[in-house]
Design a protein around this ligand. Structure first.
Ligand SMILES: Cc1cc2nc3c(=O)[nH]c(=O)nc-3n(C[C@H](O)[C@H](O)[C@H](O)COP(=O)(O)OP(=O)(O)OC[C@H]3O[C@@H](n4cnc5c(N)ncnc54)[C@H](O)[C@@H]3O)c2cc1C
Length: 418
C-alpha cells in the first residue's frame, strides 16, 4: 500500500494517475478471527484500526452488509465539536476532538478537518444563563469556550435576523473556536485504508444474520457469506442496533428514528462557521462546493427507511428562514436521511454486554460523527482489555437500570428532544 505524499502525487500525475494501488483489499472472509466488528461505518472501522494499532490485535474483520461508509457516516452533516457539559460526556468528546486535530496525519489521509468554529445561539435570558454554566464547566475542564452578547454576535454574524420582528430574538451565543466540520466519507475511507494496512479484513456485501453460540457464549456470526467464528464480536451498527442486539436476546433502551440532512443550491461564501439555532433543532454550515448544509429534527416516527418525509423538510426550512430571512429564495437541491440509534438519555453506550463475547457500541443519537475517533479508540480498548477506559466508563448499559442517565439536554427519555 503506497504512502501518500507530495512526491507520490507528483509521480502519479506524470504517469497519468494509472498506477495508484487499491486503497483497501477485498478479501474473502476467513473462517476465524480474534475479533469481528459488525458495521463498517466510521465507528466500526475506527475500532478495527485502533485494535490493530493500539493493542496489536490484527486478526480482525469488519463485516458490512452494504458498502463501507454507506450508513450514517456518509449521510451526516459533518459537525464536530467538544462542548458537552455532563460528566461522562465532557472528556470523552474532548478526547475525540484531540484525535480529530491530528487525524489526517495519523491516517495519512486528508479527512478535511475544518476548525471554523461553532456558535450555539441563545434566544432568552435563561438560555444565556445555561450557556454561561456550560462555558464554566468547559473552562473548568480546560476546554476553551467563549460567551458573546448580542452586539458581538451581530458583528460576527451580520446576516442573521436582528430586526424587532425576528421570531426568536438573538440574545447572544456560546462559541467553540476548535469546533467545525470534517469530510464524512473521507473519514470512513481514511480509517478503512489505515485499518487495511494494519491487516484488518474489511468484508463488504456481507450481512450478519445471526450469531454462533458455544455453551451460552457468542462465538462468531452467521452471515450471507457463511459462518465466521470469532473470539469476540463487537457491534457498531447505528440504526440497526436494536435489531442486531435482539438476535442476541438483548432488549436495549434504544429506538431507531429517521433524521434528514438538506443541501441548498451553491452560494458564494456566506457562512464561514457552524451556527446552531437555540429555538429549535436546526443548524447550518456551508460546504466547500457552496451549498448550505442544513440539519434539523428527527422525522418523529420510528423507521428503518433511509429516506425522509416532507413535513420535516418544511419544519427545518421554516427554522432556516426564521434565522436567516435572506436565504428564503434559495432552492433546496437535495435531502436524504439516515437511521439513528436514539438512546433514552441522549448519550451513547460503549460496553461489554451481559451476553458473553458480545460488545456494544451504539445509542449515538444526533452526535455520533464527532465521536468517531474517540468511539473507535474507547471501543477498541474495551474489547481488548475487557474493561472500559476511564473516558467511556460512564457509557454503560446498566446505567438505565441504576437510574444514572447522562441526560445532556435535561429532557428525559424523549428521543426527539435529545
Ligand atoms: C442526517 C444526519 C445528520 C447527522 N449529523 C451529524 C453531525 O453533524 N454531527 C455528528 O456528530 N453526528 C451527526 N449524525 C450522527 C452520525 O452520523 C452517526 O451517529 C454516526 O455516523 C454513526 O456512525 P456508525 O459508524 O455508528 O454508524 P453507520 O455509519 O450507520 O454504520 C453502521 C453500519 O452497519 C451496517 N450494518 C447494519 N446492520 C448490519 C448487519 N446486519 N450486518 C452487517 N452490517 C450491518 C450498516 O450498513 C452501516 O454501514 C447525523 C446523522 C444523520 C443521519
Amino acid at each position: 500500500m503506497s504512502h501518500y505524499s507530495a512526491f507520490s502525487v507528483f509521480k502519479n500525475a506524470i504517469s497519468g494517475n494509472r498506477h495508484w494501488s487499491r486503497v483497501w483489499r477485498d478479501p474473502e472472509p476467513k473462517p476465524h478471527y480474534d475479533v469481528v466488528i459488525i458495521g463498517a461505518g466510521g465507528h466500526g472501522l475506527a475500532t478495527a484500526y485502533y485494535l490493530a494499532r493500539e493493542h496489536g490485535i490484527r486478526n480482525v474483520a469488519v463485516i458490512e452488509k452494504g458498502w463501507l461508509g454507506g450508513g450514517n457516516t456518509g449521510r451526516n452533516t459533518t459537525i464536530v465539536r467538544s462542548n458537552y457539559m455532563m460528566p461522562g460526556n465532557t472528556m470523552f468528546y474532548e478526547r475525540s476532538m484531540k484525535l480529530w486535530e491530528n487525524l489526517s496525519q495519523d491516517l495519512n489521509y486528508n479527512v478535511m478537518i475544518s476548525q471554523r468554529g461553532q456558535y450555539n445561539l441563545c434566544h432568552s435570558p435563561s438560555q444565556m444563563d445555561a450557556a454561561r454554566r456550560r462555558g464554566n464547566v468547559l473552562s473548568g475542564n480546560g476546554i476553551e469556550a467563549e460567551l458573546f452578547d448580542r452586539s458581538e454576535v451581530k458583528r460576527r454574524l451580520p446576516y442573521l435576523d436582528y430586526t424587532p420582528q425576528a421570531r426568536f430574538p438573538i440574545h447572544g451565543a456560546i462559541f467553540q473556536s476548535r469546533a467545525g466540520t470534517a469530510r464524512h466519507d473521507a473519514v470512513a475511507w481514511g480509517y478503512a485504508r489505515a485499518a487495511d494496512q494494519q491487516g484488518v479484513d474489511i468484508i463488504q456485501q456481507c450481512e450478519v444474520t445471526g450469531y454462533i453460540w458455544d455453551k451460552g457464549k457468542i462465538a462468531g456470526v452467521e452471515t450471507t457469506r457463511g459462518a465466521i467464528r470469532a473470539g469476540k464480536v463487537g457491534m457498531a451498527v447505528a440504526g440497526h442496533t436494536g435489531h442486531l442486539a435482539g438476535m442476541a436476546g438483548l432488549r436495549l433502551p434504544i429506538e431507531t428514528h429517521v433524521l434528514q440532512a438538506y443541501v441548498t443550491e451553491p452560494l458564494k461564501p456566506l457562512v464561514d462557521t457552524v451556527i446552531s439555532f437555540g429555538a429549535a433543532h436546526f443548524y447550518v454550515s456551508q460546504s466547500d462546493k457552496g451549498g448550505l448544509v442544513l440539519g434539523g429534527d428527527l422525522d418523529g416516527y420510528n423507521s428503518y427507511a433511509q429516506r425522509g418525509g416532507l413535513p420535516m423538510v418544511e419544519h427545518t426550512l421554516a427554522s432556516a428562514k426564521a434565522l436567516m430571512p435572506s436565504i428564503s429564495r434559495l432552492k433546496l437541491l437535495r435531502h436524504w436521511a439516515g437511521v439513528m440509534d436514539m438512546s433514552m438519555d441522549g448519550s451513547p453506550i460503549i460496553a461489554k454486554t451481559p451476553v458473553d463475547g458480545l460488545y456494544l457500541n451504539g445509542g449515538w443519537c444526533y452526535g455520533g460523527f464527532k465521536a468517531t475517533p474517540a468511539s473507535g479508540w474507547c471501543f477498541a480498548w474495551t474489547i481488548a482489555k475487557d474493561q472500559p477506559h476511564e473516558d467511556n466508563a460512564e457509557f454503560t448499559l446498566n446505567r438505565f437500570e441504576r437510574g444514572y442517565q447522562i441526560d445532556e439536554k435535561g429532557v428525559g427519555p424523549h428521543p426527539n428532544a435529545h
